[in-house]
Each structure stands twice: as C-alpha cells, then as structure tokens.
Design a protein around this ligand. Structure first.
Ligand code: SDX
Length: 427
C-alpha cells in the first residue's frame, strides 16, 4: 500500500491515497472524499488542485524549469524547430529525420483553408480585433470538417489535430491581412511552416517576399516558447470543453477565447502597451509604486505567474532573442532599454522579491513581435497559433484516457435556502 493521507472531519476518519508522478509534487487522491465525508474541497483558482494526469509538460516553478516530454525548453529553443516540438508533444518522442520530414509534409498538405471560410472574414468590420476573428473563424471550422469530428476515432483525432496545427498560421495571417485591407495570400508549401506564415502575413501579390532567415529562426523559436505550458487557464478550458465530447475545433475556439484575457495570453499585448505608456526609464518608479498600490488596479503586465516563483525560462530566451531580431531587422526600440531597466528595478524591490514576481513569457515578446512588424493586436493571435499544438496534444491525451469523465465541479452554496413563491400582489 502506498502512502496515505489520513485526517478526520465531521467526526469521520478519512483515508486518501497519495499518488506519485515521475517528478514534482505528489497528489492526494480525493475522488472518494465526498462519498466518505459529504464534503467538497474548496479551491476556486485551482491553486492546490491537480485536474489530471499528464505526460506532456512539467514545470518546476520554484526552480524555473520547463520540460516538454522531458526536454528542457532552453535546449529545444536553441536546437529544435517548432515542427519538431509539435511532433514531440503529439507523439512523446523526438522524430527521426524521416519521421520529421513526413510530419512536415503532412502538416504542409493541410495549410489551405476551405475557400468558403474566406467569406467569414467579410462579415467582420475591418477594425475587428484579430482575436475576435480567430474565435469566430476557428469555431466555424467545425462546420467544414465533418470527416474529422468523431473524437472516438483516433485517426479522425489525428487528422483534426494536423488540420488545426496547419491552418492556424493561414487563419492568423488572413486575420491580419483583413484588418489592413490587403488581399489574402495562399500558403506556399515550398517554405517552412514559419516561413510560410511570415510570407502570408507580410507578403503581397505584387512582389516576391523574401523570408529573412534570422527572423524566421526567431519567429520559430517564439512559437516553440509558446507551444505548451501544463494546465494553464486556456488548456484547462480546452480540456473541460473536450470532456463533454465537443469536437476539437470547438474546443480550440474555447481555448482561444480564454487565452485572450489580459491576465493570460492577452498580457503580451498589454505589456507592450504598458511599456509604451511608461515611455522612458525616468517614469518607471511611478509605475512601480502604482503596481504596489493595493487600491490601484494597475499591475506590471508581463510580470508574475501562478506557477513560476522564479524567472520564467521562456523570458530568458525571449530577452536574448530581442537583439537578434533588432540586428536582423536593422531596427532598435528604446522600449527595450525601458523594459530592461524596469526588470532591474522591480527585481530589486522588496515587494516583488517578497511576492516572487519575475518577468514571464509575455514581458519581452511584444518588443520582438513589434520589431518584426506585427501590430500589438496580433500578439495574442501569435500566442494562440503556437499554443494550438499544446491544446490539441492535451486534448488528445485527455480523450484517449480510458478513465476520462466529463468535468463537472461542485460549489460552496451561499445563496438563500428554500423559500416559497409570493404572488406579486402580496409583496
Ligand atoms: C501567461 O498559467 C500559465 O502557465 C500561463 C502562461 C502560459 O504559458 O499558458 O504562462 C501564460 O498567462 C503568463 C502570465 C501573463 N499575465 C500577466 O503578465 C499579467 C500580470 N500578472 C498577474 O496578473 C498575475 O501575476 C498572474 C495572473 C499571472 C498570476 O496571478 P496569481 O497566481 O493569481 O497571483 P495573484 O494575482 O494572487 O498575485 C499574488 C500577489 C498579489 O498580491 P497580494 O494580493 O498577495 O497582496 O502578487 C501580486 C498580487 O497583487 N501581483 C502583482 C502582479 N502579479 C501578482 N502585483 C503587481 N504586478 C503584477 N504583475
């Protein structure tokens, strides 16, 4: 018999098994708690709750460690490619050369979208936020791919996963083109996954588009850094939506909607807007004080994390990528100096030290994306593009778990106890 968690409540003795993973915190199996005690646990933000077993991604928040199928994010960012990381997340192992070539070919054959899908964009105002377009268009994919929505069929799940990974760059680029009134460009499968995306985004039919290798490499690395991240809010949304048997396209649309929030994936857009509002380093102390003021809703966007109580390893790679992109694009941005100074001041401030607030993946990403040429409204779209592989891998892991059940949390009820209806003329 393994370890047991023993406690008594309401005069009842409770025994719960302790489950061990391969690394990281053990968990107390409370699945029988309500049956044994008539009580629920209470954990609204899931700060102490494991929602599932998973073999995809491991985070050690205290040490600032992030592993995908055991491989450290720093090694993947430096040595791998986004297509290879997609294969790793979906299949559990790094591919051989032939396996990677086959996977790359398979994904490239799904990059086009149904021609009717293009008409969906026409229904939006030109100034629609691209994330609003992404929510709508990705959700609409359910209407086009009836041959890959039977989630009980592993082959259909695989095809749907490949379609989603392959089409997100096309859909994202179309959202950007629509917002600036330029024509859509079809995918060019002679290019890499990321090169294809850059051309569809920044190319025009009037001339050849040259993919800059340094920018392609930086963009590909940014996709790797955003690929998956354990049971974050949007991944948990995808899992919960999928637990009801909803089709994968609808589940990913739900994940996109959740990611949009400024506390989550929307922070990259908010972080650059914050840096622009701060402007010059001399104005930093004022904003640091606002971030510390309990009565001021202002927070340092791109700082803090539910899990990382150390430096987000993705932020480290992101910061070093800034200069690479500046050199490749022959640009600079004074906001980078402001960001570096803000980080230095915050990390030496007792408030941030005590609360273990460090830069997260969103703090520097906006500076890079802006240097490449993206408007801030596209930042979270890029996050969603990259995170799609994590979402579909987590969704596949859940659906293929024989013990999978629909997610249905309970509550602590604090409303009125039963009372009788009073006719209006007696109130
Ligand atoms: C992502 O979960 C994931 O893995 C997400 C993600 C992924 O890859 O999927 O990593 C991507 O979403 C990164 C996070 C992006 N969001 C931001 O940068 C927005 C700013 N950060 C915060 O809103 C906040 O840090 C959260 C939402 C990220 C985390 O919030 P928690 O874990 O609920 O922590 P909390 O809000 O309870 O904060 C703890 C304390 C609070 O003070 P007290 O109430 O204890 O006095 O720290 C303070 C907060 O006020 N605090 C901040 C702060 N973040 C937390 N104070 C100032 N500035 C901040 N940024």
């Amino acid at each position: 018999m393994g370890d047991q968690a023993k406690f008594s409540v309401g005069g009842k003795d409770v025994d719960c098994a302790v489950m061990k993973g391969s690394v990281g915190p053990d968990v107390i199996d409370i699945r029988k708690l309500y049956g044994q005690t008539g009580m629920f646990t209470f954990d609204p933000g899931f700060t102490s709750t494991a929602s599932c077993e998973s073999a995809l991604t491991f985070i050690d928040g205290e040490e600032g460690v992030l592993l995908h199928r055991g491989y450290p994010i720093g090694q993947l960012a430096e040595q791998s490619s986004f297509m290879e990381v997609c294969y790793l997340l979906l299949n559990g192992e790094l591919p051989s050369k032939d396996e990677l070539e086959q996977f790359d070919y398979t994904i490239s054959r799904h990059t086009m979208v149904h021609e009717q899908l293009a008409t969906f964009y026409r229904g939006f105002r030109r100034d629609a936020h691209p994330m609003a377009i992404m929510c709508g268009v990705v959700g609409a994919l359910s209407a086009f791919y009836h041959d890959s929505t039977d989630i009980a069929d592993p082959l259909q799940r695989r095809i749907a996963s490949h379609r989603l990974i392959a089409k997100m760059p096309t859909i994202a680029a179309m959202a950007y083109k629509y917002s600036i009134g330029q024509p859509f460009l079809y995918p060019d499968n002679s290019l890499s996954y990321t090169g294809n995306f850059l051309r569809m985004t920044f190319g025009v039919p009037a001339e050849e588009y040259e993919v800059l290798p340094a920018v392609e490499k930086a963009m590909d690395r940014i996709f790797i850094l955003h690929a998956d991240h354990e049971q974050n809010a949007s991944t948990s949304t995808v899992r919960l939506a999928g637990s009801s048997g909803a089709n994968p396209f609808a589940c990913i649309a739900a994940g996109i909607a959740c990611l949009w929030g400024p506390a989550h994936g929307g922070a990259n857009e908010a972080a650059l807007e914050m840096l622009r509002e701060i402007g010059t380093p001399d104005r930093i102390p004022h904003y640091i004080e606002r971030a510390k003021d309990k009565d001021d809703p202002f927070r340092l966007m791109g700082f803090g994390h539910r899990v990382y109580k150390n430096y987000d390893p993705r932020a480290t790679v992101m910061q070093s990528t800034v200069r690479e992109v500046f050199d490749a694009m022959k640009v600079t941005d004074p906001l980078f100096e402001t960001a570096l100074r803000l980080e230095e001041i915050a990390l030496n401030d007792p408030y941030f030290i005590e609360k273990k607030l460090f830069p997260n993946v969103d703090f520097y990403s906006g500076i890079i994306l802006s240097a490449i040429g993206f408007p801030t409204t596209m930042f979270t779209v890029l996050f969603a593009l990259a995170r799609t592989v994590g979402w579909v891998a987590q969704w596949n892991e859940m659906i293929s778990d024989p013990g999978q059940k629909i997610g249905r949390p309970r509550q602590l009820y604090t409303g009125p106890v039963q009372r009788d209806y009073v006719p209006v003329d007696q109130r």
